[in-house]
Write a protein that binds this ligand. Sequence first.
Ligand code: ADP
Ligand code: MG
Length: 255
Amino acid sequence: MTQQTQESRTGRPAEGVGVATRDIHLSFGSNHVLRGVDLDVPAASTACVIGPSGSGKSTLLRVVNRLLEPDSGDVLFDGRSVLKDDPDVLRQRVGMVFQHFNLFPHKTVRANITLGLTRLKGLSKDEAAERALVHLDRVGLAHKADVRPGTLSGGQQQRVAIARALAMEPEVMLFDEATSALDPELVKGVLATMADLAAEGMTMLVVTHEMGFARSVAQQVLFMDQGRVLEAGEPGAVFEAPRTERLQRFLSQVL
Ligand code: ADP
Ligand code: MG
């Protein structure tokens, strides 16, 4: 049995791979947005990226999943450069969850998930439906398979978006402020789903303002400012003993 079949039966994630970037630079016109970003997310670990608005966090995630090409530098999966790989192939190895989940409102929850599986993964309708249920079950929403997204809370919709990404069996998951658009009482459920995923061994790169999540789930926290990783380390060190005045000031504003 292949690993992929195994996953679709059990709902366990595929073995995650480590992700790294080396000296990434990227400009939009004269705006030098990423100024030499290095990061290392070991396989099956979670890294949280924190930092002020405009510091380049979203741009960095888009470089990692090849939605953007850097001007220079390298992106590595399990130590191997992927910048020469076909971006479409690479993108299938990466699941991404955004602030706005962009589910199709006129399709059922199940159909939102099966669409990519039949179109991009070549699964039959039955296989896709079965796999969709496995992943909906994983986020606690198997009983909502037949409803339309609009009947769900924002938190449930975001968990559907997570299930949709997981159903593609990614090796790495990227989250870009996945809870920022949610009402406060809905944030917890989504963070719990993300924490479960981390505990199951998914490799995760998570841009978040949820410092509690970063502290309790991540093995590593990276503070970005003006296109650079200014500080990185274990959550305890970053939160308890920030070395730069810039991070001290940021933490005093968000904690
Ligand atoms: P963050 O996610 O940390 O808030 P972003 O990565 O979204 O920061 O943005 C970093 C900088 O890049 C900002 O100055 C932003 O205006 C600029 N930027 C982001 N995306 C684009 C784009 N597609 N075109 C031009 N400028 C962009
Ligand atoms: Mg952003």
